[in-house]
Every structure is written in structure tokens, then in C-alpha cells.
Design a protein around this ligand. Structure first.
Ligand SMILES: C[S@@+](CC[C@H](N)C(=O)[O-])C[C@H]1O[C@@H](n2cnc3c(N)ncnc32)[C@H](O)[C@@H]1O
Length: 492
């Protein structure tokens, strides 16, 4: 049987596109858990504000930009509220830049009464932020706001281990024979054994009191060895064993989850990637197996991987085709899922929907996204060096040259001499000067084969490519976007 929780929607789908449009396609009340971690530069104003010169900006500028950010987020949060079930939960991850404005906006959308918690995630140590000469304390935490869809939302308490100091203090008794640590619990009625509503009054082990439990229950507990009287005449107490305790209930300050560091195995190089442990914790608190988790700003897909690992259903949305490809790769590698429509229908695969399919769409792409699209479509690897790539946008490593190493990055493949450069130009017509420049790169790098991607090539450019091959014995394959799209269509 198909392991999908929802008859309302398709799950294990990554939608590529603006979440405002994508969310409008979803029916109401179909999601159990929403997590979002929106970027702070979702629009131009905001980008200016949070850019390099932010500290120098006046209060008016800040106010304007914050307003622009909130105006951008409000319709999206309204949609997220619409798709959330009454039993569901909504998490909004942000930081000091706009957290207070975000809270006010969310109170208006979800209702103040549905505000559950603000989680403080300590993501770095103070010295990263409070540099010498700065006049502020280290900004070391993110805020994660939790709202519920209604009164009967799902919630599970999590517990952490007690620390040693607490154990020494609170559980200071050790049971002879078993060596079990325990603490003494009060058996007298609430209020220290004073007359109180409905509590029984009787004599037990020579002490007459209002007790917490009936005489019968007390006798049974005593028989089980759960009651201790340290000296005759003293008030008996209940033995609470350390090994029976659940641990410390998780609070709102999370300082036990490290951010992603450069050496971490889960690091993908996506600048805003959140740790898997953080998302797993959120999912454990607010969802159950087979529930539907939605991340509408899903970046490199941390929430989706967490959902897959914890046997939840999931939907991801991201506006960046690069991000969609990165997370597709991650789901394949980390979760062993196949990108396959038929398997997705059977509950064993996933699909990416709405990736750009036309030249018109690709012309409108930001240059960086266009470059990425072309390099990935050719089966290449993006050049890791953003600056100083010296005319190379990506490299193709032929299959025979692959060392078969999982997770190898461009840097790790540098030692391999068998690679072909890729040059990408998002212009209507690639001309002779563009080809000349690429030829220089091929000679400098001593490459026999290279790829050039553009929308079209001038006749001069094609003539030069031909001349270059005949004279230098080096081949440049001129590929148009149309050809690549046709090829991709063939593959699918
Ligand atoms: C901060 S990152 C999320 C990182 C993610 N939590 C992770 O751990 O990988 C924000 C993502 O939101 C995406 N994004 C920005 N505006 C969007 C929009 N309007 N619709 C969908 N995605 C958007 C960006 O492309 C980016 O990948």
C-alpha cells in the first residue's frame, strides 16, 4: 500500500518556484508541520538593509526595510496559516534583524493565543560576532517562533540527560544492595500534610497526617519497598529512582546543537544550511510518523531529509532551481531515495516539479542561476571559485576519471587532470570575441575539449570554432540552450 498520510495532496515532492504561487495550489488544512527559514534578502530593499553597510544605516532606513521584509512575508505566512491543520504547528526561524516584527505579524495571523514558544537556538560563540571595537554584545542566537494551528495541536515533550552536579545534589541517596540512586519524594498531602480537600487522614508507620494516597495504596507502596522511613518517628518518604526519571524536560534555550562547520560531514556548502539535529528535534516535538511536513523555503532540504529519516511525509518549495537540484542530490545520497515519478507514486521515490523548461524562462534567470542550470544540465561540476575562475564556469569530469569517492567536491577533484572546461554566456548571440577568450583558456589549461553554452552563436563564432579545431587540434562544442532542453526532454 502507498505509505502516504494524505489523500489531499501528493507528498515527497519538491516544487521549484515562488512559494506564494506554489502554496496557492495547495488545499486548506492539509499540513501537520510547517517550518520556514526565510532569507533576509528576499527583496531588494531588504538586501540593501542587511548588506555590508547595514550598521551605518539610519533608523528610518531600517524601518523602511523591515517593513518591506514584513510586507513580503505577510502574504506567504497567510497562505501557510491557511494550509496548516488545526492540529498542526508552525515554526518560523529568524534572528535579531526582524524577529520582533515577525512576532507581531505572526500574532496577527495565527492569533496571540496560538503562540506557544520562542526557542532560542545558540548558533555560535560570542567571539564570532562581538569583535573588538564593536559596541554591542555578541549576537549568538537565532529565534524560532512556534505557533499552533489551534488548541488541540500535537506536542511531545522531549527530555535531556541530568547534569552530574544536579544528580549529586538531587539524587544523593544510594540504595544499599542495588546501588540505585534515588531522591526522597513527599508523601504528605499537598500543603505539607495540612487538612486539605479530600486527602485521607490516618496513621502510617507511627506518623499521623493527611496523606497524598489512600491507606491501601500506601501499604502497597511500602510492600514494594518504595517507601522509606529514615528513623522511627520521622515522616516516611517516597523513593524516586534516578533510572526511572525521564530526564530534564527540554526548555526553550537550545545550546546543545552546533551550527554546521566547515569540516562537518553533513555540510553541503550552502551558506544558510541548518543542522539536521535541529530539524529532527522540531519534527519530534510537533509531528508523528506519516504526518506531512512542509518547508516552503527549503534551501538545501534539511527539513526534508529530517522528515524522510523520521518517516514523515514531506513537501519542499524553493524558488532557486539550483537549491532544488542540490536537495534532490542530497535526498538521493543521504536517504537512498530515487527521483522517479512511478516510485514516488508508490511511496518509494520523490520528484522535483516545475523546474524551468523553456528558453523564455531561462532568459529571465539571474546569471548565477543560469550558469548553474547549464553546468548541471551538462553533468558538470560548478567551479568552486566564484572570483577568479579565469573564464571557466564549470568542469566536466569524464566518468573514467571519477575516483568513485562519495561527496567529492571540485576542490577534492583538482588533482585529476582529465576534465573539460565549461563556459556559459547568458546572451542572445555568443560572438567571436567570446570564443576567442575561451580559446585562450583552453590553450592556457592545455585542454583538448571544452563546452560553450549560449542561446545562439554568430556565424563568425562558429567559423572560429572550426578554424581552432583544424589549426590547434582542440575541440569546442558549441551548445545552444534549445539543444540542451531537447536533450533533457529526451532523458525524462
Ligand atoms: C535560508 S535558506 C533555507 C535554508 C534551509 N533551512 C536549509 O537548512 O537548507 C532560504 C531559501 O529560501 C529560498 N527562497 C527565497 N525566497 C523564496 C520564495 N519566495 N519562494 C520559495 N523559496 C524562496 C531561497 O532560494 C533559499 O534557498
Amino acid at each position: 500500500m502507498r505509505p502516504t498520510a494524505s489523500r489531499l495532496i501528493d507528498t515527497r515532492v519538491i516544487f521549484c518556484g515562488d512559494n506564494l504561487d506554489q502554496l496557492r495550489k495547495l488545499p486548506p488544512a492539509c499540513i501537520d508541520l510547517v517550518y520556514i527559514d526565510p532569507p533576509f534578502n528576499s527583496n531588494r530593499n531588504y538586501e540593501v538593509f542587511w548588506g555590508e553597510t547595514k550598521e551605518k544605516r539610519s533608523f528610518e532606513d531600517r524601518h523602511e526595510s523591515t517593513k518591506a521584509y514584513i510586507d513580503y512575508m505577510r502574504p506567504r505566512c497567510l497562505e501557510l496559516h491557511r494550509v496548516l491543520k488545526k492540529t498542526g504547528s508552525f515554526y518560523y526561524h529568524c534572528d535579531w534583524h526582524a524577529s520582533h516584527y515577525v512576532k507581531v505579524m505572526l500574532d496577527q495571523i495565527f492569533g496571540e493565543n496560538n503562540f506557544v514558544n520562542e526557542v532560542v537556538w545558540k548558533r555560535q560563540s560570542a567571539h564570532n560576532d562581538a569583535k573588538q571595537g564593536s559596541k554591542h554584545l555578541g549576537r549568538v542566537h537565532d529565534s524560532v517562533f512556534l505557533y499552533s494551528g489551534g488548541r488541540d495541536y500535537k506536542f511531545k515533550h522531549l527530555y535531556g540527560a541530568y547534569d552530574e552536579e544536579y544528580i549529586e545534589k538531587a539524587y544523593r541517596h544510594i540504595e544499599s544492595g542495588t546501588g540505585r540512586r534515588y531522591r526522597l519524594g513527599d508523601l504528605t498531602a499537598p500543603g505539607g500534610g495540612a487538612p486539605s480537600k479530600g486527602n485521607p487522614h490516618y496513621e502510617f508507620l507511627g506518623v499521623t497526617r493527611y496523606w497524598r494516597y489512600s491507606e491501601e495504596n500506601m501499604k502497597e507502596l511500602h510492600r514494594q519497598g518504595r517507601i522509606i522511613q529514615t528513623k522511627p518517628g520521622t515522616v516516611p518518604a517516597y523513593k524516586r529512582y534516578l533510572d526511572e526519571g525521564k530526564g530534564v524536560p527540554l526548555g526553550t534555550v537550545w545550546d546543545d546543537i552546533n551550527p554546521i562547520h566547515s569540516g562537518d560531514s553533513e555540510r553541503l556548502g550552502y551558506p544558510t544550511q541548518k543542522p539536521l539535529k535541529l530539524l529532527e528535534r522540531i519534527l519530534e516535538i510537533s509531528s508523528e510518523e506519516n504526518d506531512v511536513v512542509l518547508d516552503a523555503f527549503c534551501g538545501c532540504g534539511t527539513a526534508l531529509v529530517a522528515a524522510q529519516k523520521l518517516k514523515r511525509q514531506w513537501i519542499g518549495i524553493d524558488i532557486s532551481p539550483t537549491a532544488c537540484r542540490v536537495m534532490a542530490l542530497r535526498l538521493k545520497k543521504d536517504c537512498g531515495l530515487k527521483e522517479d515519478e512511478k516510485l514516488q507514486q508508490l511511496g518509494r521515490g520523490f520528484i522535483v516539479r516545475d523546474l524551468p523548461k523553456s528558453e523564455v524562462e531561462l532568459r529571465k534567470y539571474p546569471p548565477f542561476e543560469f550558469e548553474n542550470w547549464a553546468v548541471v544540465a551538462l553533468g558538470g561540476t560548478k567551479n568552486a571559485r566564484q572570483v577568479g575562475d579565469m573564464g571557466i564556469d564549470g568542469r566536466i569530469y569524464p566518468v573514467t576519471a571519477m575516483p568513485g569517492k562519495r561527496g567529492a567536491t571540485v576542490g577534492e577533484l583538482d588533482f585529476m587532470d582529465e576534465w573539460y572546461p565549461i563556459q556559459v554566456k547568458q546572451k542572445d548571440k555568443v560572438g567571436r570575441p567570446d570564443v576567442d577568450a575561451f580559446e585562450a583558456v583552453m590553450i592556457r589549461e592545455e585542454r583538448k575539449l571544452g563546452y560553450f553554452v549560449g542561446f545562439e552563436f554568430t556565424r563568425d563564432a562558429l567559423y572560429e570554432i572550426d578554424r581552432f579545431q583544424r589549426k590547434e587540434g582542440r575541440e569546442i562544442r558549441a551548445l545552444t540552450v534549445r539543444e540542451i532542453l531537447d536533450e533533457e526532454l529526451h532523458k525524462s
